[in-house]
Design a protein around this ligand. Sequence first.
Ligand code: ZEM
Length: 294
Amino acid sequence: SGVQAAKVMANFVPSKEDYQKVYNCITEIIDDAGDYDDGSHGPVLLRLAWHSSGTYDKDTKTGGSNYATMRFDPESRHGANAGLNLARDLMEKVKTQFPWISYGDLWTLAGVAAVQEMGGPKIPWRPGRIDGVAADATPDGRLPDATQGADHVRQIFYRMGFNDQEIVALLGAHALGRCHTDRSGFTGPWTFSPTTFTNDFYKLLFDEKWIWKKWNGPKQLEDKTTGTLMMLPTDYVLVQDKSFRKHAKAYADDVDLFFKDFSAAVSRLFELGVPTQQFVTTKAWIMKSSDEQE
Ligand code: ZEM
């Protein structure tokens, strides 16, 4: 609006309430999905937030959510980011209404809203990311390759600074959404409720019998019972690898533990690459979900 645009001109310092307005605008876009996928834009927005953060390298302190470099070519065209133009375009509508927010803050806040609105835990979040330039982008290959095994998964997530327990917790996000043949080449959802945040991803890993799908596409697993659910090779390592398996079992058995650990890990994921002094507050905020504001 004109008022929000004028705020940019006036060197406006937004308050927590201003960010809550952005959050609320995002929740409308999450819900306003018509017959897109399973009726929610939440999953693809969470994937955008994750891919904008997961490029971080702790040794060189490059990548991460700070500069939102996925706006630029060639990162926008990196294979791993296929389909995320849809999520970025959705967020442009929010950016037009709240031009003072940085893209990094906007995208990570959308990730927070996606988790919270789909019934997940509260995700502590704070603003302070700044818009970068194309030269801040990291090279292709920093995001995980779903066809690989445990060594690859560890190498990618250790580079971001996560341990085995955090890796397993983060992967529980695959309770949400689905794979698309025209994006990753894989197909299908991981759970029967892809727009509700649950620990079903872990439960299904243990409870179902998983068999290799016979098809022309990339190697993926399907559940033997219905053939409608899927697991990526990298998801399946959570039951194959001894250390990963221990944590996956704990999350299958205890949804509260999963929610608590997912919240902590994803909150940290979304802050990767942001210098501490850039954050406007030491203590992260808990944004109100839409059902708390009715
Ligand atoms: Zn995903 N992910 N991911 N992921 N992801 C897909 C979809 C989604 C991997 C991966 O290759 C894929 C994390 C970790 C890892 C989400 C969130 C998070 C898809 C399907 C693939 C292939 C894309 C498509 O075709 O649309 C791999 C290999 C991972 C680590 C080993 C983490 C961490 C996440 C968040 C915390 C979400 C929400 C989706 C669903 C997107 C949608 O559009 O429905």
